[in-house]
Design a protein around this ligand. Structure first.
Ligand code: ZN
Length: 147
């Protein structure tokens, strides 16, 4: 457990305990559901897109600390970002999680998940919200799974 506890940094714990934007979004024009069967994480993502920009974003669901904190931090990071910026951030975040060189300055608080790269099974927890976001952006109605 000592290795794993290192991964649960203060920021992650805080966002797990008090997830930001944890609600159903009134006026959402996109939504998608995501499920990570490896861990049992599930979430619904709500998105309000206006002229290719994330005007508002929220989520609901249940899962482990990593998945909840990741979804929470993702929503706080993406408000006001364009779809292109969102895709670039996801790519950057994924590089961080898989141990590749990432632009941590650009990632801001998302860099708190760097420890996840030492726990490959947790990468799916940390990326669930992002995969679900991508599904919402692509307008896929059906539930997505990380498998
Ligand atoms: Zn999980």
């Amino acid at each position: 457990m000592s290795d794993l506890s290192e991964l649960y940094q203060e920021l992650i714990l805080d966002h797990n305990k008090n997830p930001r934007n944890f609600r159903k979004l009134e006026g959402a024009n996109r939504s998608a559901e995501g499920f990570n069967p490896l861990c049992g994480d599930k979430l619904t993502l709500y998105l309000k897109l206006e002229n290719g920009v994330v005007a508002d974003i929220s989520f609901q669901g249940s899962g482990c600390a990593i998945s909840t904190a990741s979804a929470s931090l993702m929503t706080t990071t993406l408000k006001g970002k364009s779809i292109e910026e969102t895709e670039a951030l996801f790519e950057n975040f994924h590089r961080l999680l898989t141990g590749h060189s990432a632009d941590t300055a650009r990632l801001g608080k998302l860099a708190a998940f760097c420890g996840v790269s030492e726990f490959p099974v947790r990468v799916k927890c940390a990326t669930l919200a992002w995969h679900t976001l991508r599904a919402a952006l692509e307008g896929q109605g059906e539930a997505i799974s990380t498998e």
